[in-house]
Design a protein around this ligand. Structure first.
Ligand code: CP
Length: 299
């Protein structure tokens, strides 16, 4: 592993290795000694899970960690994202995790041959480390042979970097993936054309093994044409729908944060199919595994 911009930058062997390492890390109390390696997070957009789990992952494996506070940085003096990242690269970072609007920016940085390893902490199109956390969670429940596993990803597909990275990875291992959304939230047909599309949740969810809800991203799209009540009636996931339509071993996923009452009903909070917390925990251990592998640190 060197830089990670897209989930497609990783081979299946590398991803399976990370799942194995993450499980060993989760089951045992490993004590990593302190290193002189530096991890810096630069988040131009808000985050709770990705940022804190990268910082914790770095600490857990003995790295020095630093989060650049964008609010007090020279970004407020109109410094560009590019210059901001290259400045942090120049002051002795070994790994930089970036969340920004655009993958294009990360590709420009990589083209400059930075001394740091650049990891995508969630951009416009992709969120590769969320897909890694989700993959580890799916493997926990269904094992490594995932061919024909029925996965329904429902909600704001158009704005979802999580849906995109998950679709690339789950398609690679042979899952049967369907994006379910109203037309105004669906991805154009020419993007990820190998993924099925539907606007009928109740048909698509029949015998689904994995139902993955997505947050409606009101901050990116004002959805003037959205009828909230129509959305709730036709696309909101609740315990009753899961119990009535999905397979007996089905799990409910969501990358979080959740708009309760919009894409998920509160009835799912204590539903036995809800694995949202497992996704967060796997996010920590998969990021530890990624940081170890990216630096070629033996484990
Ligand atoms: N799932 C996810 O990326 O959450 P944050 O935005 O809180 O990092």
């Amino acid at each position: 592993v060197k830089h990670l911009i897209s989930i497609d930058d990783l081979t299946m062997e590398e991803i399976q290795e990370m799942v194995k390492i993450s499980k060993k890390l989760r089951l045992n109390n490993y004590n990593f000694s302190k290193t002189n390696k530096n991890l810096t997070t630069i988040f131009f957009e808000n985050s709770t899970r990705t940022k804190t789990s990268f910082l914790r992952a770095g600490q857990n494996i003995g790295m020095n960690v630093l989060d650049l506070n964008i609010q007090t940085s020279s970004v407020n003096k109109k410094e560009t994202m590019f210059d901001t990242i290259m400045t942090v690269d120049a002051i002795d970072s070994d790994v930089i995790v970036v969340r920004s609007g655009e993958e294009k920016l990360l590709k420009q940085i990589v083209a400059e041959q930075p001394s740091s390893i650049i990891l995508n902490g969630g951009c416009k199109i992709e969120h590769p480390t969320q897909a890694l956390a989700d993959f580890a969670t799916i493997v926990d429940h269904f094992g490594y042979n995932l061919s024909d596993l029925k996965v329904v990803i429902v909600g704001d597909v158009k704005n979802s970097r999580v849906a995109y990275s998950n679709a690339l990875l789950l398609n690679r291992v042979g899952c049967d993936v369907t994006f379910v959304a109203p037309d105004y939230m669906q991805l154009p047909d020419d993007i990820l054309p190998f993924i099925k599309r539907s606007s009928n949740l109740f048909e698509s969810i029949v015998l689904a093994d994995v139902v993955m809800g997505l947050r409606v991203q009101f901050e990116r799209d004002d959805y003037k044409i959205m009828d909230i009540n129509d959305y709730i009636d036709n696309f909101q996931v609740d315990s009753r729908i899961l119990g009535r339509y999905t397979s007996t071993d089905a799990i409910l996923m969501h990358p979080q944060p959740v708009n309760y009452g919009i894409e998920l009903d509160e009835s799912i909070i204590y539903d036995h199919r809800n694995v949202l917390k497992e996704q967060v925990v796997n996010g920590l251990y998969m990021r530890m595994a990624l940081l170890l592998l990216a630096q070629n640190r033996g484990f």
